[in-house]
Design a protein around this ligand. Structure first.
Ligand SMILES: [Zn+2]
Length: 141
């Protein structure tokens, strides 16, 4: 007779804490959003526009092993899409501008918003993942 009791996932409670500082979740996300190391907040997170530093020189947090990949662009697209569509709808409903004027407003708005949000979104995602302990294994990084 098969056992029908559901299997419940249990977190690993006896893992040792990481050797780098582990601030509260919102602080780690906010530090990443500001482009600082999510663990200690003392050093820059990025080396270049979107390249992540391999490790924090101050606290040793393995920033390069956090698999942020495309999460920055994904969150940026979500936010920019909502803002641009909202502006488009407001312009259509209230101003009735010619199409060329709407285009001349919305395309620069989209580009500027995307460029402004890419780094903060990638940093915030990295802060969240580092705080939650989501890391690539050392041979993958
Ligand atoms: Zn650090």
């Amino acid at each position: 007779m098969p056992d029908d009791t559901p299997v419940r996932w249990q977190p690993k409670r006896n893992q040792p804490p990481p050797p780098w500082p582990s601030p509260p979740l919102l602080i780690a996300v906010a530090r990443g959003f500001r482009g600082r190391c999510p663990a200690c907040g003392r050093t820059p997170l990025f080396r270049g526009f979107l390249r992540i530093a391999p490790a924090c020189p101050a606290c040793g947090a393995p920033l390069g092993r956090v698999p942020v990949d495309d999460s920055g662009p994904v969150f940026t697209i979500f936010i920019v899409g909502v803002v641009v569509v909202a502006v488009l709808l407001l312009m259509e409903l209230t101003m009735r501008l010619p199409l060329i004027v709407e285009t001349a407003i919305l395309i620069p708005l989209t580009v500027v918003l995307a460029l402004l949000l890419l780094r903060p979104m990638k940093g915030a995602a990295l802060g969240l993942m580092l705080r939650l302990g989501i890391l690539r294994s050392e041979d993958e990084a």
